[in-house]
Write a protein that binds this ligand. Sequence first.
Ligand code: ZN
Ligand code: ZN
Length: 380
Amino acid sequence: MPGPETIRTTNVVAAIANGPKDPFEIATCTLRAPQAGEVRVRVHACGICHTDLAVKIQHIPIPMPKVLGHEGAGVVEEIGPGVTHIRPGDHVLMSFGSCGECGNCRDGALGYCDHFRAINLFGDRAGGSALARDGKELGGHFFAQSAFATHAVATARNIVKVDHGLPLELLAPLGCGIQTGMGSVMNVLRPQAGTSIAVFGVGAVGLSAIIAAKIVGCSTIIAVDVVPERLRVAQELGATHVVSGRAENPVVEIVDLTRGGAHFSLDTTGSPAAVANSINCLRARGVSAQVAAPPRGTLYSAEASVVVGRGITIRGIVEGDANPQLFIPRMVEFFRQGRLPLDKFVKTYPLEKINEAVDDLEHGRVVKPVLTMREIGSVA
Ligand SMILES: [Zn+2]
Ligand SMILES: [Zn+2]
């Protein structure tokens, strides 16, 4: 039996989450070589998603210290045994992991994998974490990647090849946030052309839903948010109307704008008040999509006479019900055609400035911060 000292490692620079109140710490760590079914990716860029922050502040309680980051993009450096469709030099986006064996995975519903929490949040990996610091194991493999680092070990299942020459720093967030917004509209709500939709919370996920609603031909697209700058961006990207989340009664405004209630709504905030509004603003037989991950134990309330009397459907959605291998190429094509203008809401920061990027995100100064590892990772 080979001892642990015989496992090859690479030095990597990573941003480490030590605890809720500590800033991310930039430090050199070691990353083990990929094992069967895995690849090592030289990370070029990684988006920051609210789930990263929810874990750091322990709204989702995961042991620390840990390397987060789950919207990675980069270049494959090395493949482990049994990896067949990926080669070193391939450009890839990293998405969420799934087991491939459970009933939901076999049914193509990867976001509902029986092992979703274990694989993605807890970073379960055969043989333990691939990351260590000063010889001590460090929590890794977050969403089967941990991409707030210059290099990441991912699995062949959760990476998607993209053509060379595409800007990886813009495409990185397709792996989670953009997929969640666009997929919820295109895979689940599937609005017919000419219908109406109200989107509550227009950060990266909500804006992606608005872009998707525009592509599929919704005629009334209402953005609801408390940040005026975000509402401005939403209008630029396809919202036909905006409603301030601080308005006295957003529901009345939406019912007016849609002449009797929206056909569809989508809440990205997880705030119980916004969720209630997203249900109450619907017309009869309307469908409300819920995609946020609020703190555990959060309860939503809805009036029975509304839900039953109007025949409302309330649908929870993970990762836009997307199979990343199929859905990411579709989003890339929309990007190529100029219909998914990521440059309008992505802002890049070098990895070392992660704390500044998080602060900007939390204060509404940026919609989608993306960390770049170019200088320290230097992509070929
Ligand atoms: Zn995410
Ligand atoms: Zn599964």
